[in-house]
Design a protein around this ligand. Structure first.
Ligand SMILES: [Fe+2]
Length: 476
């Protein structure tokens, strides 16, 4: 009797301890000596204007349609409009095709933008290297890009994830480390240039310098854009009150291809991933265009074609940093149930200038009249990852809430980027790479199991197990 009593007390204690240990999050004690959080001076070589009369600059590409066999190529000319023509082909210097696009420009206070060209190049072959040429005469410039494989359930693909980049020496370190990662496309989680930290004409000038700063990557592989608060640029003191004016003129998105009514939210399919881009700073409550669109887009997701469902949104839904704490709560209240229901694999965010990863948790049982008040473990929930650690001039968000909440698995306040390497329909390898003074160092990494296929495999195994059991009983 005594030993039974002892066991009754001991067993729950051991189980509880085990559960606690499993969920114990890690707050990294790593402290790095950071370079000053100041923007690189404009005369630095990273912002160099390409040589030649009216030479194209700030070249960047993004996916141009739903399934990835199109790109939008963008660039800026300053002295005169020049042509909005792209010549392209499958071998170097042999440009057998051409495409014409559009030119736009805008003013911001007394700053006049250059001539901003956007050209849709479509009908491309999948998994093919294309060379392209833009600009006129001696000032023409040449680049290349690789189209993704046709969408399919087991197509491997490596994405990079960068957020809140800015244009400091820390930003440069992040960009250079990212470029060593071998990733094929960037999922950018908002806050691009931090040009809004400037006043008057310097805002436009710092958008231009940022475009030149990232060109060594953006001209060669698509960056999938989402907008952050630093893109809003509501500056009434200079009579600039049109939200996202610079961003929308400079960074087009293929929103029409996913039946969206705004470039601020849209979706693409690439390799084996379906990527949904949301806007934290556009209306998203019930009946708004973004909300209606998301409901429809989630229903369009076909996990048999694109097993990986990824969401990008600037403001993190789960964050345990003092910076921007609870700012994602309004979107959580509206969308979290859908994220669970549709088995979203991972949600990447920025905004908080630190790194954090959550456990699979949800808080959908809570409502204002009853239910659990705290997030609880939920195998159907996505992993939430904050990668707002690109290195902008605002510096790091070094103050995490103490104690670390149960939903937080790993957090560290230093600069870096992430990669998500999809292997097949069931597994992807995830890494967060801290910049760490010049060396690429993987600090947080894990195998991400696909929410749709892994649970299907589990169910199939259980079913098989059950049927085998039944057969054995019947034959005995
Ligand atoms: Fe932000």
């Amino acid at each position: 009797m005594k030993s039974l009593l002892f066991q009754l007390i001991l067993v729950p204690f051991v189980i509880l301890n085990f559960v606690n240990n499993v969920n114990a999050g890690i707050t990294s004690r790593f402290v790095r000596e950071e370079w000053p959080s100041v923007d690189i001076p404009l005369d630095h070589e990273v912002f160099a204007v390409p040589k030649g009369d009216n030479a194209p600059q700030q070249v960047h590409i993004t996916q141009g349609n739903y399934d990835g066999n199109a790109v939008i190529i963008s660039w800026v000319t300053f002295d005169e409009p020049g042509s909005s023509k792209v010549q392209y082909g499958k071998s170097d210097k042999n440009y057998e095709f051409s495409a014409e696009g559009k030119m736009t420009n805008y003013t911001f206070y007394k700053y006049n933008s250059g001539y901003i060209h956007h050209v849709l190049v479509d009908g491309l072959e999948y998994d093919t290297k294309y060379y392209y040429k833009i600009g006129d005469g001696d000032s023409a410039r040449e680049f290349w890009f690789q189209t993704p494989p046709m969408i399919g359930p087991d197509v491997p693909y490596k994405f990079g994830i960068i957020g809140d980049l800015g244009q400091t020496y820390n930003s440069l370190s992040t960009l250079e480390h990212y470029m060593e990662s071998g990733a094929q496309s960037v999922l950018f989680v908002g806050d691009l240039s931090y040009a809004d930290r400037y006043k008057y004409n310097d805002v436009g000038i710092r958008w231009d310098s940022w475009g030149r700063f990232v060109e060594k990557s953006t001209a060669y592989q698509p960056w999938i854009w989402s907008a952050g608060n630093h893109e809003i640029e509501d500056m009434p003191y200079m009579n600039e009150v049109t939200p996202f004016k610079s961003y929308l003129h400079r960074y087009p998105t293929p929103y029409l291809a996913s039946k969206s009514s705004s470039p601020m939210w849209y979706a693409i399919r690439r390799a084996s991933a379906h990527i949904i881009v949301l806007s934290s700073y556009s209306p998203f409550v019930k009946y708004t265009p973004q909300c209606k669109w998301l409901e429809e887009e989630l229903n369009r997701v076909d996990r048999k074609k694109t097993p990986w469902l990824i969401v990008l949104v600037h403001v993190p839904i789960y964050n345990s940093n003092e910076a921007h704490f609870m700012e994602g709560e309004s979107m959580r209240a509206v969308f979290e149930e859908w994220f669970i229901h549709h088995k979203v694999d991972v949600i990447f965010s920025g905004h908080v200038h630190a790194y954090e990863r959550s456990y699979r948790i949800s808080n959908i049982r809570y409502n204002v009249s009853s239910g659990e008040r705290f997030p609880v473990p939920d195998e159907s929930a996505p992993v939430y990852i904050t990668v707002g650690d690109g290195g902008n001039q605002e510096g790091l968000a070094g103050k995490f809430r103490d104690p670390q909440p149960d939903y937080s698995a790993f957090r560290e306040a230093s600069y870096g980027h992430s990669t998500l390497e999809i292997m097949n329909r069931t597994h992807a390898h995830y890494h967060w790479n801290r910049n760490d003074d010049g060396k690429k160092v993987a600090i947080d990494s894990f195998v991400l199991n696909n929410q749709y296929w892994s649970s299907n495999v589990r169910e199939r195994k259980l079913k098989r197990h059950y049927l085998n059991g039944m057969r054995m009983i019947a034959s005995s």
